[in-house]
Design a protein around this ligand. Sequence first.
Ligand SMILES: C[S@@+](CC[C@H](N)C(=O)[O-])C[C@H]1O[C@@H](n2cnc3c(N)ncnc32)[C@H](O)[C@@H]1O
Length: 126
Amino acid sequence: MVENSFKRYNQKIKEFEKLKTETYQYCLSGDTRTIDIVLPLSKKQKYFADILNRQKNSGIFSSPPYVDLIDYHEQHAYFGFERKDELETGSLLKGQGREAPKSYAEGISDILNNCKKYLKESYNVF
Ligand SMILES: C[S@@+](CC[C@H](N)C(=O)[O-])C[C@H]1O[C@@H](n2cnc3c(N)ncnc32)[C@H](O)[C@@H]1O
């Protein structure tokens, strides 16, 4: 199963290489419940951070974690990312008891509340 998901990821990366356009993009890795996206961006691409501060985001396109279904950490390790198991929203490690959906809903709410400060007054979330 893990082997299949690695193949899917590699396929996605190849497809993205073909589809990506010449737009500004920057990838930040972190806990979306608390991450500050402007400060680290201003250290790397000040021009882009200034645009973000001025115009804000029109929306979010996300593939959020599933509740208690997948252990993403083996995939992260495979791609050389540092493991941050304890920060996982909807973690499989937290079990599938009654508390899991509640903790997941709280985590997703915290994520959306953190994102909101970077969004325009009218925005879309996919
Ligand atoms: C459904 S996967 C989507 C992965 C990737 N975007 C894709 O399309 O293949 C959800 C991802 O969210 C990550 N994740 C879970 N909790 C998170 C959090 N609090 N902050 C940032 N990422 C988190 C998981 O580790 C996993 O990599």
